[in-house]
Design a protein. Structure first.
Length: 264
């Protein structure tokens, strides 16, 4: 993790720390952390529960403010949310009163994109996630996997530079999750967005990431970095993926959560 980042770096964190105030005491959640992500790179961050992974993602998104350190996007300091950085949570935040198309077009409406252009953009992204046949369906009629596709289409429609994904597949059944691993890799190959993907699943990290960064238990610090050069698309049951996951899991051995600690 040491040394200057490469020239293609789009995101850089320098000495980032975060502490939360609790009734009993201050709770050190993160840091100090130094990390970077390159343009078009798929970076997975994995660590034990409560190590600050989601807090780190919220700081990158501009939804949390670090106590110390700098967050730079394209060399400019991040002081809040921005359209170039879109967050996808496990709780998707789809609007239940809108159809699938209405959700995909929502951000474009806020930007006052003309109707014809908005429809063309939505059509393209609905095709991309294979939801054209369900464009007029209310979101409550969709399966969990289809809701994830709709959320991805909504995020991609506004053309962000970076997708920030916080354990988006954690609530899905194994079969749906495995299928979405393939589909996400295909979408990433087509769009080449920079992706920061938070997970506690080492198999998922090895399956999806160009790089996998491990974190220590709280206060979360970066522990190790694994570069994954396996050919894509990868499947979570591939022997090479399992071998990489075993290396990552071994690195995390000992970074177990103390169940008596408070969580931020």
């Amino acid at each position: 993790m040491s040394g200057p980042p490469p020239a293609g770096t789009v995101l850089r964190l320098e000495g980032v720390t975060k502490t939360f105030m609790t009734r009993a005491h201050d709770l050190a959640a993160l840091g100090p952390i130094d990390v970077h992500a390159d343009e078009g790179e798929f970076v997975c961050i994995v660590g034990p529960s409560g190590c600050g992974k989601s807090t780190l993602l919220m700081i990158i998104a501009g939804l949390e403010v670090p106590d110390r350190g700098n967050v730079l996007f394209d060399g400019r300091e991040v002081h809040g949310p921005g359209p170039e950085r879109v967050v996808l949570f496990q709780e998707l935040g789809l609007f239940p009163w809108l159809t699938v198309r209405g959700n995909v077009e929502f951000g474009l409406r806020l930007r006052k994109v003309p109707r014809a252009v908005r429809r063309e953009i939505a059509d393209r992204h609905l095709r991309m996630v294979q939801l054209t046949a369900f464009e007029h369906a209310p979101v409550h009629q969709l399966s969990g996997g289809m809701k994830q596709r709709a959320a991805l289409a909504r995020a991609l429609a506004i053309e962000p530079r970076m997708l920030l994904m916080d354990e988006p597949f954690g609530a899905l059944d194994a079969q749906t999750r495995d299928r979405l691993h393939i589909e996400l890799q295909e979408l990433w190959a087509r769009t080449r967005k920079t992706v920061i993907f938070i997970t506690h699943n080492v198999f998922e990290a090895a399956c999806l990431g160009d790089r996998v960064i491990t974190m220590t238990r709280r206060p979360g610090r970066l522990k190790s970095m694994f570069r994954v050069t396996l050919p894509r698309p990868r499947r979570i049951e591939d022997a090479a993926v399992a071998e990489m996951a075993a290396r990552i899991r071994e690195d995390l051995r000992g970074e177990l959560e103390d169940p008596d600690e408070e969580r931020p």
